[in-house]
Design a protein around this ligand. Structure first.
Ligand SMILES: [Zn+2]
Length: 173
């Protein structure tokens, strides 16, 4: 066993150690040291500093993982949103109030026709057409509102999941 002299990385005191030792304690300042060797040199590094660096690396891996989760969530949302879009005159769009205006108008017209038909002496045909309008537009209205509601709840789910991930990211930083 050969003795070598290294300097304490913390206080600079010269320390004697065996040339095969991996760890030592500075007998001057008490620092726990790791003995690092390269082809041409031998030096010490304070263990706490190594631990801090290891924790920092582990921390940045977590940050990358959460960032990837957010990017993945965003990609999934783009595909999910596509499924909820409705076809209109100018391509697809999100279902909303504009898509049920026709149904609402039809429902009102149907009601007027039904009332007019029922008050007229020979308004049987008009009442039937009014009723038909009411049923068709009622179905359209419920369906349109259901589509908008499904998109809304899917978006709420996506946004709350994204907020959770953003909060996790904020904790890691
Ligand atoms: Zn020292």
């Amino acid at each position: 066993m050969n003795l070598v002299t290294v300097r304490c990385n913390e206080c600079g005191a010269p320390l004697e150690t065996s040339d095969s030792a991996r760890y030592l304690t500075c007998n001057h300042c008490g620092s726990q040291l790791s003995v690092q060797r390269t082809a041409s040199s031998i030096f010490t590094e304070k263990l706490e500093a190594i631990e801090e660096r290891t924790e920092a690396i582990a921390g940045s891996i977590d940050v990358i993982r959460v960032q990837n989760d957010i990017a993945q969530l965003d990609r999934e949302w783009v595909m999910e949103r596509e499924k909820h879009l409705v076809r209109g005159k100018r391509g697809t769009h999100e279902p909303g109030a504009g898509d049920v205006i026709g149904s609402v108008v039809g429902l009102v017209v149907g009601l007027i026709m039904l009332c007019a038909g029922m008050s007229a002496s020979s308004g049987g045909m008009m009442s039937m057409i009014g009723l038909f309008f009411i049923v068709m537009c009622g179905v359209g209205l419920v369906s349109g509102m259901g589509k908008a509601e499904r998109l809304r709840s899917a978006r709420t789910l996506y946004e709350s999941r994204r907020q959770e991930l953003q909060a996790e990211l904020a904790r890691l930083r």
